[in-house]
Design a protein around this ligand. Structure first.
Ligand SMILES: CC(C)(COP(=O)(O)OP(=O)(O)OC[C@H]1O[C@@H](n2cnc3c(N)ncnc32)[C@H](O)[C@@H]1OP(=O)(O)O)[C@@H](O)C(=O)NCCC(=O)NCCS
Length: 394
């Protein structure tokens, strides 16, 4: 089997594989799909596995930005993973994901995330469950009522040319809120999404909302604001549909301010779609991540990464003044070192889960870490613990 970059000549076969994997696409959806993927082909971010001339499998590595404790870094968002039905169950998926890991490293994506349709394939290759995309359903009238607290906030309709301003706004908010997990598309993709006829897109000085009709109700893709007044203005704009739409289903942060702004709250009606995460290049990922400024840490850790041996070994992990670093521990005989002194030992899945904020208590009780001490656990939690989320599905 030969794994190589896909070209425009392969797109009919890719679409056929896609149909067999995810179901048919309407004519206009297939056209949008071509618009989205064509410019990706020369960037090395769409690979295919071939048996002779026949396309067997595909995977795309989207170029996203992802924030970790408020700091942006390039992230490879894996999507479009397909194996032809007649080739499934024979290790093609694994071989493809191995190629994805190597390619993401070559492209400089130190971290990667994906929404799994099935877990074992990705878990076996080092991705681990870390975060969710949360949808909450709220009564439209409760949102309309929020407008009373937001007089005079100016909202403007957005179109494709507002993409740069939108991207800058998202970056400012994610930095200010010390966000962990959310992603942002590049300008080209935002221009496409902001041209969608049936979406209503508004921007303010420090926030924006994107929503649409869904049946007789409203669906909110994102509603993000840095200040309370803008949050009130944006949510009440959505809520102004209350005479027609009785409920609003919105993608929100797990601790989204709207859940505190509404007057009544007792049972949250939420649904989560889970995503998985993998560290591709450990030193680069830690160097690019943000950390709480008050936390200091200096501890050895051990990492085992069968798919990317460059991540394997003993490392010194240091965090101080909001910055992190890992450096290889060399020249130390590891045999005979007591497990506690050698520090906690992670597989790459466990290490990825730690990086993305899963607690050491959870990692211990799922066998994703061994060795080290309770003090190590507390220090690692203080540095990495967060509730990772995304607001975008891909
Ligand atoms: C999911 C898919 C990519 C797997 O490809 P594949 O070549 O069959 O996978 P592999 O043979 O390399 O299997 C790798 C591991 O995944 C597991 N796996 C594969 N398909 C699975 C499924 N449908 N459900 C649960 N586990 C599955 C295998 O059992 C194996 O794990 P194991 O070694 O622990 O037994 C393929 O079935 C497919 O294209 N499905 C339709 C589209 C899809 O779901 N894509 C994924 C979107 S995120």
């Amino acid at each position: 089997m030969d794994i190589r970059d896909l070209t425009a000549d392969d797109l009919d076969a890719v679409l056929d594989n896609r149909k067999r994997a995810f179901g048919p696409l309407s004519g206009s959806d297939a056209e949008t799909w071509r618009q989205v993927v064509l410019p990706v082909l020369p960037t090395g971010r769409y690979i295919g596995a071939f048996d002779g001339p026949r396309l067997v499998a595909t995977a795309r590595i989207n170029a996203f930005t992802q924030w970790w404790h408020g700091r942006p870094m390039p992230m490879g968002g894996v999507a479009g993973v397909t194996v032809a039905p007649e080739d499934r169950g024979r290790g093609v998926g694994r071989a493809l994901m191995q190629a994805v890991i190597e390619r993401a490293a070559d492209l400089g994506d130190a971290v990667s995330a994906l929404y799994p349709a099935t877990t074992p394939l990705y878990r076996g290759m080092g991705w681990e469950h870390v975060g969710g995309l949360t949808r909450v359903t709220l009564p439209t009238e409760a949102l309309r009522a929020l407008g009373a607290g937001a007089p005079g906030v100016k909202l403007r309709r957005m179109g494709p040319d507002d993409a740069p301003e939108l991207i800058a706004t998202i970056g400012r908010i994610n930095a200010a809120t010390r966000a962990s997990g959310p992603v942002c598309y590049d300008e080209r993709l935002w221009r496409l999404w902001l041209a969608e006829d049936d979406d209503f897109c508004y921007i303010a000085d420090d926030g924006f909302v994107i929503y649409r009709w869904s049946g007789g109700d409203i669906e909110v893709d994102s509603c993000l604001a840095e200040s309370e007044t803008t949050a009130r203005a944006l949510w009440s704009l959505v809520g102004s549909a209350s005479s027609i739409a009785k409920s609003v289903t919105a993608v929100v942060e797990p601790d989204d301010p709207v859940l505190w702004l509404v007057r009544e709250r007792s049972k949250d009606e939420i649904r989560q779609t889970r995503w998985m995460f993998r560290v591709i290049d450990l030193p680069a990922a830690v160097a690019r991540r943000g950390f709480p400024s008050g936390v200091s840490l200096d501890t050895p850790i051990r990492v085992e990464d069968p798919q990317r041996p460059a991540n394997s070994g003993s490392w010194r992990l240091e965090v101080s003044s909001g910055e992190g670093a890992v450096t290889p521990i060399t020249g130390t005989p590891t045999t005979g070192t007591p497990a506690a002194e050698a520090g906690p030992a992670f597989g790459i899945g466990g290490l990825s889960a730690l990086f993305a904020g899963v607690s050491m208590a959870t990692l211990r009780r799922t066998g994703l870490v061994s060795g080290g001490t309770a003090e190590d656990d507390e220090a690692l939690d203080a540095a990495f613990r967060c509730t990772a989320y995304m607001l975008d599905y891909f």
